[in-house]
Design a protein around this ligand. Structure first.
Ligand SMILES: Cc1ncc(COP(=O)(O)O)c(C=O)c1O
Length: 417
C-alpha cells in the first residue's frame, strides 16, 4: 500500500516518535532537507556546523556581542538582583502592562537614547519586525525593500499580505523608479547589512522615501550600540532621526541580550500593543531581562572607548584582507569573504578551522544560493595578536587554495534574501 496522500496508512508507524514516517507533505520536505544539507557533506552535518568544536584557545569570530559586554559585571549584577528579590514575575503579554511598568521605563530610556519620541520593547528583533509590518501594512500597501534586507522584514511583509517590490541592493535610483511605478508605500532596508557588513546609503534612501511621502523603516540591528553618538545608531549619526518613521533593532547584537526594539512616535506606540499580534499573543520579557537591558544601556552609552577600539580593529582587519587580495564589501565590524559556491565556502571553512579560526558560514536562505559566504564578526575585546594571526591564516589559505574562488564580492552581486 502506498504511504502517500491520505497519511492514515502511516498509523502503524506511530509507535515510537523516532521511526515515525510522516504524511508525504512533510516527509518530502524532510527528505529534501536531508538531500540538500546533510547528505552532500563528508561529516553528514550541515555546512554551517563545521567539523570540530572550538577549543578554549580558538579564535571565535562568530558572536554579535560587538562591544564585548555580555559578561559585564554591572549587567550580571542587575539581572541577579532582580532574580533574587522579585516577589512575583508578571508572566503575561505586554498588552496587559500598565504605564508604570519597568518595561515602559526602559522604553523611555531607549527613546531618549535614539532620539525618538517613544519606543516599544519586543521579545526579539524578529518579533519587532514581523509585528511592525503586520500593523503598518496590508494587501493594498506597496512595500519597497532592499534585496538584502533581513529575513524578518521579508517575513513581516509576507504576514501583512503586502506586495514587496525589491530594489537592487543599496541602489537609490532603482528604489525611486519602483516608487514612481507603484506609488506611495513603505521603504524598508537595513542600515548595516548582517551578511556583507556594508552600510546603506541612508541619506539618499531616506530622501527618496521623504520626497514620495512614503513611510520609512530602518533596521539598525547591527549599528545600534556600535555607531552614532554614544552608540545611538547610524540614523542618528547621519542626522536623519527626524526624517525616519521607524527604526527597529535586535537587542541580541551589541546589546548582547534577548529582545528587540521599535523606535517610533508616541502616537504610534500608544496603539501598537493593541494591534500587534506579538504583543497580544506572546508573552513579554521578564523583569530580570529588562533590568539587564537597562544596565546594558548605561554600559553602551558610556562605551565610546569600546566603539573606537572596535572601529579601529575592524578597519585594520578589513585593510589587511584587502591587501591580501580578498575583495571585501564590508564597511564595519562584520567582514565577510564570499565563497560563492557552497563547496568553496566549505574549503575555506575547513582551512580556517584546521588553523583554529571560527567564523560563521552563511548559506541559502540567508544568502543567494550561489553566494554563500564566511562571515567574521569582530568585537572590541579581540587582541591585536589574534587579528594578525587570522590575517596570516588568510594569507596561507590564499597561497594554498588560490584566490579565484573568493574575488567576486561586490561587483557581481545581484540578489539577496
Ligand atoms: C538585521 C537583523 N534584523 C533582525 C534580526 C532578528 O533579531 P533577533 O535575533 O533578536 O530575533 C537579526 C538577527 O539575526 C538581524 O541580523
Amino acid at each position: 500500500m502506498s504511504t502517500s496522500n491520505s497519511g492514515l496508512d502511516n498509523a502503524t508507524h506511530r509507535v515510537g516518535h523516532g521511526d515515525r514516517v510522516f504524511p508525504h507533505f512533510l516527509e518530502n520536505r524532510l527528505q529534501a532537507c536531508e538531500a540538500e544539507l546533510f547528505a552532500p557533506r563528508k561529516n553528514k552535518k550541515p555546512l554551517v556546523l563545521g567539523n570540530c568544536l572550538p577549543g578554549p584557545d580558538a579564535i571565535m569570530l562568530q558572536s554579535n556581542d560587538y562591544l564585548n559586554i555580555s559578561n559585564h559585571q554591572a549587567i550580571l549584577s542587575a539581572q541577579l538582583d532582580v532574580l533574587k528579590n522579585a516577589a512575583q514575575n508578571p508572566v503575561m503579554s505586554a498588552v496587559f502592562l500598565h504605564e508604570d511598568s519597568d518595561k515602559h521605563e526602559f522604553e523611555k530610556a531607549m527613546a531618549e537614547f535614539t532620539g525618538f519620541e517613544s519606543s516599544i520593547l519586543c521579545q526579539s528583533g524578529w518579533a519587532a519586525n514581523v509585528g511592525l509590518m503586520q500593523v503598518i501594512a496590508d494587501s493594498s500597501t506597496p512595500v519597497y525593500i532592499d534585496f538584502f534586507t533581513h529575513m524578518s522584514l521579508w517575513e513581516g511583509v509576507k504576514v501583512s499580505g503586502a506586495t514587496p517590490y525589491a530594489f537592487r541592493h543599496n541602489d537609490p535610483s532603482h528604489l525611486e523608479r519602483l516608487i514612481k511605478e507603484h506609488g506611495q508605500g513603505i521603504v524598508l532596508f537595513d542600515s548595516l547589512y548582517s551578511t556583507t557588513g556594508d552600510i546603506a546609503p541612508l541619506r539618499e534612501l531616506i530622501d527618496i522615501a521623504d520626497r514620495y511621502e512614503c513611510i520609512s523603516v530602518v533596521d539598525e540591528s547591527h549599528s545600534l550600540g556600535t555607531h552614532g553618538r554614544h552608540g545611538g545608531g547610524l540614523v542618528d549619526e547621519y542626522g536623519l532621526t527626524g526624517k525616519v518613521d521607524f527604526i527597529t533593532a535586535s537587542l541580541a547584537k551589541a546589546f548582547a541580550g534577548r529582545a528587540g526594539i521599535i523606535c517610533c512616535s508616541s502616537r504610534f506606540a500608544r496603539y501598537y500593543p493593541y494591534m500587534a499580534y506579538p504583543a497580544i499573543f506572546s508573552s513579554t520579557l521578564l523583569p530580570y531581562e529588562i533590568a539587564g537591558l537597562k544596565a546594558t544601556l548605561d554600559v553602551i552609552r558610556s562605551g565610546d572607548d569600546r566603539r573606537r577600539v572596535l572601529h579601529e580593529k575592524s578597519g585594520y582587519f578589513r585593510d589587511g584582507l584587502t591587501a591580501l587580495g580578498y575583495n571585501i564589501a564590508s564597511m564595519s565590524q562584520i567582514v565577510s569573504i564570499e565563497g560563492g559556491l557552497e563547496s568553496d565556502t566549505e574549503l575555506l571553512r575547513d582551512a580556517l578551522e584546521e588553523r583554529n579560526v571560527f567564523g560563521s558560514v552563511f548559506l541559502a536562505p540567508a544568502t543567494p544560493k550561489t553566494r554563500s559566504l564566511m562571515r567574521f564578526s569582530l568585537h572590541s575585546g579581540l587582541e591585536m595578536e589574534a587579528i594578525d594571526y587570522v590575517l596570516r591564516v588568510c594569507e596561507e589559505i590564499r597561497d594554498e587554495i588560490g584566490m579565484s574562488n573568493w574575488k567576486s564580492t561586490r561587483r557581481n552581486r545581484t540578489a539577496g534574501t
